[in-house]
Write a protein that binds this ligand. Sequence first.
Ligand code: MG
Ligand code: MG
Length: 272
Amino acid sequence: MSKIILKNSDEIELIRKSAQIVSKTLGMLASEIKPGINSLILDELAESFIRDHGAKPGFLGLYDFPNTLCVSPNSQVVHGIPNKEPLRNGDILSIDCGVLYNGFYGDHAYTFEVGEVKPEIKKLLKISKESLYKGISEFKIGNRIGDIGFAIQKYNEKEGYGIVRELVGHGLGKTMHEGPEVPNYGKKGKGKKIQEGMVIAIEPMINMGSHKIKQLNDGWTILTSDGMPSAHFEHNIAIIDGMPKLLSTFKYIYDELGISSDEEEKFEITSL
Ligand code: MG
Ligand code: MG
């Protein structure tokens, strides 16, 4: 991965604008996800929505990826390709979306429930998402990148979940993937120093079973090696005045789904 590029407040604001378009896209998709719909329709809706906002899909064509969304149901971890397979009641669907707007990227992800999902899968989603915020809390001046992964790993492993090793979070800005790499596992006090103006994507990929993964021969889709479900939640965060501030939000998803949550409150931007 390339080097770390620190951002000034104008650049952070531009990344925030891109991330917010992704947030709104995920919110729009939340109202469409139900048994019977397929991920190709979701992909078309997302592409139109992003273009209507004057932005470009960030993944389409990136490393030759063929679509706007990465859609990864059930045992797929990330990088699934949209297709015409209808979603079924009880599925989960991880959607990762990127946009490019005014020269800067936003990139975040959410795992949705399709209809009525089994309690043990609901728990996987809950713990995975909570671990994202545990990681975000450690992204602050005085800490190192390893502190983020340590917190995420500890929170998930106490439930017996597997943390995917091969794929990691990353810096973002004028390119989708910049330094530093942000693993979802790690050691306290290790890794790069966290600095003012860093902007990163933290994105735990958490398997209900083994951490081991494999890839389909489509060259993209990553899935769990044991066939058990996997969850993926991703936010974009900047260091402002030494502390982690969210550039993305799940509030548009929660508005659609009627969920109330205060999980983002302490990471909200008060001034730029
Ligand atoms: Mg990412
Ligand atoms: Mg992503």
